[in-house]
Structure formats: structure tokens, C-alpha cells
Write a protein that binds this ligand. Structure first.
Ligand code: TYM
Length: 359
């Protein structure tokens, strides 16, 4: 059987802090637009599977969201919707601190310090900046979009994070975070834990249904591009039946760009069902693309059903989410303050007189 456990991108070096706690996880999603099955399979699904073994921090990264212009009302709605979707995906506040990035000011402060220590060349290499900025008018590309990775590094390093479960597209950002941690540690002394990316074996890069050679993305415009987590069964069936395939017949996993559509449908099926690749190919042998699309649509509908029903229950209950976010922000701020205090000291900021302990 194919091993479905997530891979850790590289071995963790000697930890910088002696830990008397389970290994720590940090990850986040931007509250921009509707979350889709790529976000679920690349991130949320593994978060829920991992939670009981780790001390987890799951963040709604609204400060990252504003690196691209956002409508304030929509940003507020997306932030609350994401919080409800984190819970609906199975994250349990007993194991997870679920909070909003802008509620913990330490993110902005460490982000700035790290920005000042980041060579421009490191940022110039970032694929995500190149991809996103290529689609924008030059005058609307913000400096924040360029320094996005240093704020992400601050998110991760503030919590002395060991593991960062993300989709494949975030690997480069986690590598930069690790490089920055190493740079800081060698300049100022051991301060940060070096984090590793944790990438799921199946579902790490889900492609657009209408553009199978490009990653499924929240910002893509086509109606048939992404299946969102709250799409109804009818909408899922409709989108799936319109998915781009090819003029071949065989239903097999393939790395041939021409066969990317069929490969993507099989990948989605595998990530939802956790079935081994050989069994999936055997299942579809001799079948047509119509059958493939119908079967994948039903697997997605079934896979999302528990999440959708929990989400609508949470929405009916109302109110409780803001309270949870407030409580979690307090815990996050306490943990973050420990790292930030150390960092401030290491870089040479003097302490506020009221915080200096009498000797
Ligand atoms: P964002 O909001 O773009 O995506 C959130 C998560 O979803 C994964 N993902 C995908 N996985 C598979 N297939 C896809 N098509 C797909 N699209 C997105 C992403 O890899 C990610 O795990 N920079 C991050 C947010 C962030 C963050 C952090 C993550 C900010 N600070 C600290 C981890 C740790 C981002 O853009 O996510």
C-alpha cells in the first residue's frame, strides 16, 4: 500500500530550545475568497489528522491577506468563515490554538526585525512573488507582497515551531524561514528552532479543473476552476463534469503535461479516499472519462459532507467563534511574547524601564 503519511522536507537540526512539550506545529491560510479542495487536501485535512500528537497553532493570516487589496467587509467575513471552516474540518480547540494573526502584534514586530535581516537576493528568488506580481499592474504591487515571506517567517519562528504542514507551493517559503532562523542564530546566538515543512504525500498540489497545468487557486476567476469547501453536491457534480481532460483513453496517473487533467482527477480521488494508486488505476480500467468524473465527484461530495454539516451547525450557533478567537489570541500572545522578548534583547533593543527587574 502507498504510504499516505506526510513527508518532512528535511531533517531537523539540533533544537535550539530544550522542550518539555510535544513538538509544535504552526500553519495558516489567508482569508481571501472561498477555501477550495486544494486548501483542504494540502493543508486542513492533514492538520486535523495530526493534531492529537502535537501542540498546534493554526492561524488565519489576515495581515498576509492585505498584501493584495481587500474589501474590508469581505475580509471580516472571510476571517470568521475561515475560523468556522478550521473547526468544521475537525480542528479541536483542546489541541489547537486557532487565532487571527492581527490579534497578536508580535507577528508584525518580529516580521519587521526579520525584514531588516533579509538580503534582497533571498526575496528576489521567491516564486510566489514572481507569480503573483506577474498577474498585477506594476503600480498595484505592494512592498508588503514583496516582504510577505519575512512575515511568514515571523509567524513560524515566534512559536519555536518544529513542523509546518503546508501544500507544495509553500515549501520555498518554509525553506527561507529556516535560512533566516539559521542566519539569526549565527549572528545573535541560539534563538529560534529550525522548522521543517511537512508536505502531504497525496494532495500537495491540486490543479485547477479548467487549467490542469496550473495550481487550483482562490484568486482564479473561471467558474469551473475550483471546487470550494461549501459547494453543494449539484455544483460539485456540474464543475466536475466540465473538468478539462484530453483525447486519450487510458485512466492512469501520469506526469505527461498533456494528461494533467486526468492525473489531477485521479489525485483528487486518491487524496479523498486514501486508496493506493494501483487499486485506483485497477478500479478505472476499461472505464470512460464520464465514469471517472462521476466517481470523483461522489468521492468529493462524500469527503466534504461532514465538514459542511459541522460548518452549518457552527454558523447556526453564532457568537462562539469570536469568543474562541479572543481566548486563543491570549494564549498565542503569551507564547509569542517569550520569543519576542528574547529577540528584542538579542538585537540590542533596550528594555522598557518598567520591565527591568530590580537587582
Ligand atoms: P494560502 O492561503 O495560499 O494557502 C493555504 C494552504 O493551502 C495550500 N494550498 C494548496 N494545496 C494543494 N493544492 C493547491 N492547489 C493549494 N493551494 C493552496 C497551501 O500550500 C497552504 O498550505 N503563505 C501561506 C499562508 C501562511 C502560512 C504562514 C502558512 C502565512 N503564514 C505560516 C504556514 C505557516 C499561503 O499563502 O497560504
Amino acid at each position: 500500500m502507498t504510504d499516505q503519511s506526510p513527508t518532512v522536507a528535511s531533517a531537523t537540526d539540533t533544537p535550539t530550545v530544550i522542550k518539555q512539550r510535544p513538538p509544535r506545529i504552526f500553519s495558516g491560510i489567508q482569508p481571501t475568497g472561498q477555501l477550495h479542495i486544494g486548501n483542504y487536501l494540502g493543508a486542513l485535512k492533514q492538520w486535523a489528522q495530526l493534531q492529537s500528537k502535537y501542540d498546534n497553532f493554526y492561524c488565519i493570516v489576515d495581515m498576509h491577506a492585505i498584501t493584495i487589496p481587500q474589501d474590508p467587509q469581505e475580509l471580516r467575513e472571510s476571517t470568521r468563515r475561515n475560523a468556522a471552516l478550521y473547526l468544521a474540518s475537525g480542528l479541536d480547540p483542546k489541541y489547537c490554538t486557532i487565532f487571527v494573526q492581527s490579534h497578536v502584534a508580535a507577528h508584525a514586530e518580529l516580521g519587521w526585525i526579520l525584514t531588516c535581516l533579509t538580503p534582497l537576493g533571498w526575496l528576489n528568488r521567491m516564486h510566489q512573488f514572481k507569480d503573483k506580481s506577474a498577474k498585477m499592474q506594476a503600480e498595484s504591487i505592494s512592498a508588503g507582497l514583496y516582504t510577505y515571506p519575512t512575515l511568514m517567517a515571523a509567524d513560524i519562528l515566534l512559536y519555536q515551531t518544529d513542523l509546518v504542514p503546508v501544500g507544495d507551493d509553500q515549501k520555498q517559503h518554509v525553506e527561507l524561514t529556516r535560512d533566516l532562523a539559521q542566519r539569526f542564530n549565527s549572528m545573535f546566538g541560539e534563538t529560534f528552532t529550525l522548522p521543517d515543512a511537512m508536505i502531504p504525500v497525496s494532495g500537495a498540489r491540486i490543479m485547477g479543473l479548467d487549467t490542469p497545468n496550473a495550481k487550483m487557486s482562490k484568486s482564479a476567476i473561471g467558474e469551473g476552476h475550483a471546487i470550494t469547501l461549501l459547494d453543494s453536491p449539484e455544483v460539485i457534480r456540474k464543475k466536475m463534469m466540465r473538468a478539462t481532460t484530453d483525447s486519450h483513453r487510458e485512466i492512469k496517473f501520469s506526469t505527461d503535461p498533456e494528461r494533467a487533467g486526468v492525473n489531477n482527477l485521479l489525485t483528487i480521488y486518491q487524496a479523498f479516499t486514501d486508496e493506493p494508486g494501483e487499486a485506483i488505476e485497477a478500479h478505472f480500467e476499461g472505464k470512460g472519462y464520464g465514469d471517472l468524473k462521476k466517481t470523483v465527484a461522489e468521492a468529493v461530495i462524500e469527503g466534504l459532507a461532514p465538514l459542511q454539516s459541522r460548518y452549518y451547525e457552527l454558523v447556526k450557533e453564532g457568537g462562539a467563534i469570536d469568543e474562541l478567537l479572543a481566548k486563543s489570541a491570549e494564549r498565542a500572545a503569551e507564547v509569542a511574547a517569550q520569543t519576542l522578548d528574547l529577540v528584542r534583547d538579542r538585537v540590542g533593543f533596550i528594555r522598557l524601564a518598567s520591565k527591568v527587574k530590580p537587582s
